[in-house]
Design a binder for this molecule. Sequence first.
Ligand SMILES: *[C@@H]1O[C@H](CO)[C@@H](O)[C@H](O)[C@H]1NC(C)=O
Ligand SMILES: *[C@@H]1O[C@H](CO)[C@@H](O)[C@H](O)[C@H]1NC(C)=O
Length: 683
Amino acid sequence: MALKFLPWLIALIVCVHSKSPYKICVPAQFLKDCEIMLEVETKSKEKLECVPARDRMECLYYVQQRQADFVPVDPEDMYVASKIPNQDFVLFQEYRTEDEPDAEFRYQAVIVVHKDLAINSLDELKGLKSCHTGINRNVGYKIPLTMLMKRAVFPKMNDHSISPKENELRALSSFFKQSCIVGTWSPDPKVTSVWKQHYSKLCSLCQHPDKCDYPDDFSGYEGALKCLAHNGGEVAFTKVFYVHKFFGLPLGTIPASPSSEDPTNFRYLCVDGSKVPVGDKRPCSWAARPWQGLLGHNDVLARLSPLREKIKQLSTSGVNAKPGWFINVLGLSEKIHHVADNIPIKPTDYLKKANYTEVIERGHGAPEPVVRMCVTSSVALEKCRAMSIFAFSRDIRPTLDCVLESSDDDCLKSVRDNGSDLAAVDDVRVASASNQYGLHPVFHEVYGPKKVPNFAVAVVKKGSSLKTIDDLKDKRSCHNSYGTFSGLHAPLFYLINKGKITPSPGQCVQKMSEFFSSGSCLPGVDKSENNPSGADVSSLKKQCSSDNTPLRCLQDGRADVAFVSSADLDNYDESEYELLCLNTEAGGRDKLSNYQTCNIIVAPSRTWLSAKTSQSDVSIAHTPLSLAELLDKRNDLFNIYGEFFKNNNVLFTNGATSLASTLNFDFNKFKTVHDVISNCGIA
Ligand SMILES: *[C@@H]1O[C@H](CO)[C@@H](O)[C@H](O)[C@H]1NC(C)=O
Ligand SMILES: *[C@@H]1O[C@H](CO)[C@@H](O)[C@H](O)[C@H]1NC(C)=O
């Protein structure tokens, strides 16, 4: 009887075995969402498996290496993918909107003009009043620039004495008579405000020319058309979808709607200078933005249909609730969730048919500026190159170039000698390295969820009576290691600055131990390189034990105060410890979380230095800062902080959470610390 089922059973086993799951790659931070997705019931019994990666960049690498089968991507990621050596990627499904399920592109960039505008070629756009969606946006900014810069009448943008972004603004402001281009022009707010004054013509056609920022009635896709129809604009750069919406014309599955605007008064301007009625079935466009979609390796094609079916069913099942996996794992969204099968296509061909490759590769005219980042290891070189192609794909200029040297000092020399533009130094060396090589800081790391520098702080037990530095005299102290800013430089600087000890070469550490005369723990103070003269430093070891961390020291009651960094405070219990506000005249104590206002002094971060060259700091810092700003909101795309292929502190320290311009930062503080400490003979 049982034998009767045996063939079935065998068939079932074979079948299960042949059906290995499809592996979807997911940024590790969304692994949980992905696992929830695996539980979703669909008609299809195909199995998926979640492969966690650092971020989308690593996912591309995993797919290329066959560790995963596919990953959802933006057109920009397709560009990055196309540059990976030995890749055989194919785009096999597109994510479209319910409004336009049959459209070839997500949107098409068009130029709209008044029907009687007397022009016959794009060259004659010169001197007109122009309406745009906003700075750095596709159809209102990047695409028009890409197309206009090909024309001889458009001003050159290759002046290297100003940044690429400023070149663009200057060219636009001299080409057009007046414009409205709202938004954040530079990642540095000061620079944005200077530019908005200097190139005020680019704001004069806005509703609020003084602000020139969102929200503005004449910005955005529809705003650009309003600017054209009602604010004296002569040409608008927008996309087809909103032209239809503005004029109440039908499109895709959307029916016509009432509109007070009259489409017969307007025309599309084609690249060849001809005009086509607005609402025409074949609008003439400059370029288009392709849909997002799913990118897999070539082997996926052999068993494509079941996977496509599974994805469609998942999309349908998640469309109402839009759970985390819908957005974070599959990359679908509120608007874009119609999953369409396309003829599998290579990413390069997919971008080319939309003219989107040239939009991505948009330059500023030869010689293209680059900013050269100096690195000191092959893994850092790899990361720098990955950052370069990623930033390039997302329209961040100048292009990042990477120079490999063998040490931090060689990098500093390379910057001094114009072999590269940027080199990094760790905290305490910022001031000395700047002095030694004649460099200056341009941007630095910031840390924690607040994205601020670290601070040197003094931690005491809650409820202690200590308030000021004088209360600490003859008490016991524990410190972060010798050589750290928080453990050594900050307390020394403070004691000297307050006149509690008098600096003299080779004597400062000794004098600090006399101040904390009941004994301290300063790990590493007795190492021969830190104490070449072999001075008696026993009192600076007196409170040490097998666990030398300052926290442990406080817990064990071996110290009255701990000199640590705000980065260490995560380990301290807010109900047991407080900060001593040595930075204020009155002293006092405050909660651990208030380290920004209650501390000893701000600590120097890992900082990138440059030399004064023909390039301005604004130009040199623009690429790293713009990249950091983009990734602030989207570190699932590329997590440039934290581990990189299992290596720590590659280019940036693992604890960094963003980058900030030093233009707004008082670096003289560190010079002062450096100058004071140098009286001690400590570098
Ligand atoms: C790409 O550019 C060509 C020539 O400039 C143009 O005719 C075509 O319509 C563009 N394609 C798209 C999708 O906009
Ligand atoms: C620095 O080097 C670059 C690249 O070789 C060169 O274009 C530039 O003119 C140099 N700058 C100076 C100030 O020599």
